[in-house]
Each structure stands twice: as C-alpha cells, then as structure tokens.
Design a protein around this ligand. Structure first.
Ligand code: TMP
Length: 204
C-alpha cells in the first residue's frame, strides 16, 4: 500500500519544524514508520542548492524559483517517493505550496506556470494532507532568531506569502487544512493530530 504524504506549510516562524517533530514522535509511538524531511536541502544536491540560496541574495526571481524546483525534483524522486512506496508516513516541512506562496504571490512570478512546473518537477506528486500553520507575519518574524535572506525580505512580501497560502487553502479545501498558529504549541499540535487522525482513517 502507498504511504501517506503529509506536508506542513506556513510563513516564517509559524512553528512548522517543531510541530513536525512532535507529530513524528506521536506517530512513531503508534508504531508507524515515519520519514521526517524538509525542503530545501534534504538530498546531497539539495544541500548545495540550499547553500546557494543562502549565499547568493542577488538573484533573479526565476533563478530562485528554478533552484527550489531543482531541489524538489531530487527530493521527490530520491526521498519522498521511495518512502511512500515502502508504505511509510512522510512528514515534509514545505513542498509545492511554498513555491506558489513565495515565488508566485511573494515575488510575482506567473502562478499557472509555477503550478505546471511544480507538476513537472514532482512528476505530479500531490500531498494527501497539507497542514497550513497560519500566523500573522509580524508575529512569525518575531519568533525567528537567526534571520536569513528570506526573513529579511520586507513585511509586505511576507503578507503576500500568507495571502498566497490562504488562497491555496480556499482553492483546495479538501487537501489544505488551516490551523491558527498564533495559539499555544499544545493547541496547534492537538489540532494537527486530529487532522492526521482523520487522514489516517481514510488511508488505513
Ligand atoms: P525554511 O526556513 O522553512 O527552512 O525554508 C527556507 C526558506 O525557503 C523559507 O524562507 C521559505 C523559502 N522557500 C521558498 O521561497 N520557496 C520554496 O519553494 C521553498 C521550499 C522554500
């Protein structure tokens, strides 16, 4: 049986990484085999791409988009698909929706083209469930300690990213579930668990 593919998305400081780790522990206690992974940077080539993204802030929007897409092509083929084929649960911190939110809504690249490129890069791999940790960018950015190229973009950029995510959630309400991430970690994680339990019931 094919595994279950869950992605976690959100603006900077939405708490994705922590939530992902806690969900993985919880699922492992239930005896599921879980692969926890993230974009960008979860393959050998992806690590180099992540360094390029961190070190070359002077870049065109398209160069940036293609770097994320190259990272995703490697990641989908070498990490995500093999785990799903082994029947595992994959918890992935960022995936295709990040490119739509950041490069289409944030940077203004054409949406439909990026949707098509995402499909090409992943060979049409779509998450079974996406948890969107929604938080006001002001609050999210306050939570981030070590600022990178991305967090240093202006606040309007981050607001556009958030609208992009909310637009995606409206477009695909069956797949993308919004969690209010300005709540306590405990509440966020318990809502995430409830949504995963629903997905597990459909899957098992
Ligand atoms: P991270 O902070 O979650 O590790 O992600 C690194 C940055 O990369 C984050 O600011 C979001 C950005 N990003 C994009 O702009 N487009 C993408 O497709 C992905 C995967 C990440």
């Amino acid at each position: 049986m094919r595994g279950l593919f869950v992605t976690v998305e959100g603006v900077e400081g939405s708490g994705k990484t922590t939530v992902n780790q806690l969900l993985a522990e919880w699922l492992r206690q239930k005896n599921f085999t879980v692969t926890v992974t993230a974009e960008p940077g979860s393959t050998p080539l992806g690590k180099e791409i992540r360094n390029l993204l961190a070190n070359f802030s002077e870049r065109t929007a398209w160069a940036e988009a293609f770097l994320f897409l190259a990272d995703r092509a490697e990641h989908a083929t070498r990490v995500i698909r093999p785990s799903l084929e082994r029947g595992e649960i994959v918890l992935c911190d960022r995936f295709t929706d990040s490119t739509i939110a950041y490069q289409a809504f944030g940077l203004g690249l054409p949406l439909e083209t990026l949707i098509a490129l995402n499909r090409i890069a992943t060979n049409a791999l779509v998450p079974d469930l996406t948890l969107l940790l929604d938080v006001e960018p002001e609050l999210g950015l306050q939570r981030v300690k070590n600022k990178t190229v991305f967090e240093e973009r202006d606040l309007n950029f981050h607001h556009r990213v958030r609208w992009g995510y909310l637009w995606l959630a409206k477009r695909e309400p069956e797949r993308i579930k919004i969690i209010n991430a300005s709540q306590t970690l405990e509440i966020v994680v318990s809502e995430a668990k409830r949504l995963i339990e629903e997905a597990l019931q459909k899957w098992l």
